[in-house]
Design a protein around this ligand. Sequence first.
Ligand code: AMP
Length: 279
Amino acid sequence: MQVVKSLKALQARMIKLRNQNKIAFVPTMGFLHEGHLSLVRLAKKKADIVVVSIFVNPKQFNQKSDLKNYPKNLKNDLSLLKKEGVDVVFTPTAESLYPENFQTQITVEKISKNLCGQSRPGHFEGVAVIVLKLFHLVQPHIAIFGQKDYQQSLIIQQLVKDLNLPIQILIAPIVREKSGLAMSSRNVRLSEVERQQALVLFSSLKIAKSLSRKKSVTLFEIRKALQKQLKKQKSIRIDYLEFRHKKTLEKIKVYQKGKTLIAIAAYVGKVRLIDNVII
Ligand code: AMP
């Protein structure tokens, strides 16, 4: 496994590798868990060469404290990636990716505006610019993202389509802890009590999912059951709970089987968690 920090060295390496190999790319912010590793495993299946980037992108953090508290453990990350048989790990610095006088902004208009885009102004612009930069540096044939960040995955797909990037985007399912909690690097910041409190996110989504399997159920009924479950845990603060069309992210009024995204964001203590399900 090669660990590359310099942008130029990465580009030189990738040009050589790309000639004869199919390249899959998994961008991450590190502090890796099984969710990240599931993307790496999918990448291994789909390509000859797997490249993982580890970069905590300052541009996508709308709160300084969140950036400062974002967990890091490069040594452990590298050891996990080595075990998975990753070929190249790219660990650039913020200074090299965003030199002084960096000016370019990328906005994927409509689908960046609602949900997390509303609660975290500038977040998806930060995501779009770093992903586009990483795509140019790595030049993968395939890039893999997680459904955990559902809105992000739609935005990347739109970006690739709009800009005619020759990259196939794959979306991998959410990996959960046994308890049902969606794995996230931020979970490490939860206390034991908060970890228990956070379980209500998935348990309420699960109630909605099973209700949706019933014949002739309405959106109103699903929402009511979900909210009833959420209300059992008074200590978490809901940022949003939305029912949206899974492709356009437009609000839906009538339940459309298989096309409805339920997306939740909530603060558990100081930690903001997101989760989603398609019903
Ligand atoms: P992050 O390091 O949080 O930026 O995540 C890097 C990639 O891993 C993104 O494409 C995420 O959607 C994905 N990811 C994060 N958590 C999970 C999870 N629990 N299951 C599947 N993919 C995940």
